[in-house]
Structure formats: structure tokens, C-alpha cells
Design a protein around this ligand. Sequence first.
Ligand SMILES: NC(=O)N[C@@H](CC(=O)O)C(=O)O
Ligand SMILES: [Zn+2]
Ligand SMILES: [Zn+2]
Length: 347
Amino acid sequence: MNELTITRPDDWHVHLRDGAALAHTCADMARYFGRVIVMPNLTPPVTTVAQAAAYRKRITAAMENAPRQFEPLMVLYLTDQTDAAEIQLAAASEFVHAVKLYPAGATTNSDAGVAQLDALYPVLAAMEEADLPLLIHGEVTDHEIDIFDREKVFIDRHLAPIAARFPGLRIVLEHITTRDAVQFVREAGKHVAATITAHHLMFNRNDMLVGGIRPHYYCLPILKRNVHQNELMEAASSGNPKFFLGTDSAPHARGAKETECGCAGVYTGHAAIEFYAEVFEQLDALDKLEGFASHFGADFYRLPRNRDTITLRKDPWQVPAELPLGESTLQPLAAGESLNWRVVAGE
Ligand SMILES: NC(=O)N[C@@H](CC(=O)O)C(=O)O
Ligand SMILES: [Zn+2]
Ligand SMILES: [Zn+2]
């Protein structure tokens, strides 16, 4: 197959950042995504509907002169202080579509996240009642838990009890990385789904650590063994609507990654659907790309599927070695390498 036309895709997990970076991150997302779920881990985090409204304005302003625009779907950041009243406000708003749980200290800008999960149950009950989805960075942060086990332990200790206690709460386990997560989501009720990134489909921890340490592959949850990677590929290309596209494109300036203590995050926004197409083609599953990228996420969020299309063509091109990020630069995934697929219509 040399050409593929699919319903316009959406990205159900992306970090656009703020300030001068928005011009660049939004331009990449605006190329062909219809809607994007905008992660709220700014400093300070987006914890209120009023802050989400203001952030949304900055995003749309950054796209004012772009050839096309995406619709930003805003997300509130849960803290130990979030109350049911804010949840109701969010549910009543037209632009907040979910609430994000970051265990405190689990990832980039999560210091303000939740320290006491049990104490939050009244807020989760309010979300279940208001039918507002809960998005989860699913990793425990206990010092004694190995970084490669943190997702599995989170599922056992926290996610399973939450899903059991709130059966009507829609939950997205974000950027899943393990066989355990795939299994849990598959077997859970119909309200539990997961996003899968392109980089967790394309790479495993060997790619990050063999022959030298590659900071641009470092993200959280961290890349796992190839058996887990294989399970993610199988889930993404299975046609199971519980698994859908979320790039977790997470830009960090080059200097913040190539340093003694580098930030977690991989930038894939410059070639998101192109990366997924590459993976699905390798799996001989290009016919499953549309469901994963353009149907299942919208269905889960109870939003209409996009009505227009984009077309990908097999026509190799070279990823730039570096991209601007506000006043800095970043190294995008596959920098300087050749990719097979390009978007030729729908941009
Ligand atoms: N995925 C990452 O490694 N980093 C994300 C945060 C996140 O999604 O956990 C970021 O904001 O940089
Ligand atoms: Zn995360
Ligand atoms: Zn993320």
C-alpha cells in the first residue's frame, strides 16, 4: 500500500507547554490533528476551570495565523485541594473534557500532584457523577519500588481499587508501557481505556541503553523490555477500541535533556501520525490505524468522529536534526533520520 486515507485523527494526550513554546508545539499539532487533549502540567499547574480557560486562550492565540487549527480540549490537574465544586464547574464548562491524576513526584511538573489518593475519593465520586473522565499517569513513586515496576504496582495498588469502587467512572490509563497494563485494560469494564504513544510502540529499553545512554529516549513511564513493547503493538493494532492514540509528545529544550539530570519526555509532535503509520505498516496492520487514531478516542470521550480525512503517502522524507522550541531548540524523535510516510492531504 502506498497511500492511505483515514478520518482526521485526534491526539488524546499532548504537552503543548506555554509561552513562546506554544507557537511551535501548536503548529505541529495543527498540521492535521482535529482535537488534542492538552495536558495541564504547567508551572503552576492548571487546577481550575478559570486557569483552563485562560490557557485555552493562549493556545488559540498561538494558532491565530496558522493555516489550520486544532480544537484544544482542556484538562484539569488534580491536587489534594481539588474539590467537588470545581469538578461540577468543569463538567458544566464546554471546554474541560477530563481531569488528570499525577501521583505527586511521578513525572515532569507533578510536584503539586496527589499525595493521598484515598482522600480524593469524594472528588472521584463527583467525577463519576458528572461523567467527567479521569486520566491517570499510572506510576507509584515509592523509593523502594523499582522504576521498571512502577506502572504494574500502581495498577495493583491504586487503579484496580479505583476502577472497582467507581464502576461508572471513565478512566484512561495514559501512555501505557507494560503487558500488565494491556491486560488490565482489556479485562476491565468498558469505561476503562488506555492511550499508547508512538515511542513506546517503536522502542524498548535496549534502544535507550545499549551502546550508550540516549537521553532523548528517556520518558516516563520509562521504556520497558521488548516483551512489553510487543504486547503494546499487539494491543494498538488489535482493533480493540479500548486502545487509542495519545502521543504524549513532551518537548524539553535540548539543554534540559542533555545534562547530568535530564528531563523525562520525548518530542513526537512533528511526525506523530507518520510514526504510527510506520509501526502499523511493520505490523501489517495499516487497516487498523484509522480506528486507533481517529475513531476510538472520540467514541470514548463521547465526541463526534471527525468528518474530514487526511491522506498519507509513502514518500520518504528526512526529519530535521533540530526544531525550535520558543527561544530554545529541541531534538525531535528520529532526528536526522528518514521516515517513510508523509501527510499529503488534509494539512
Ligand atoms: N512523559 C514524560 O516523560 N514527560 C511528560 C509528563 C508525563 O506525561 O508524564 C512531560 O510533561 O514532560
Ligand atoms: Zn505522564
Ligand atoms: Zn504526558
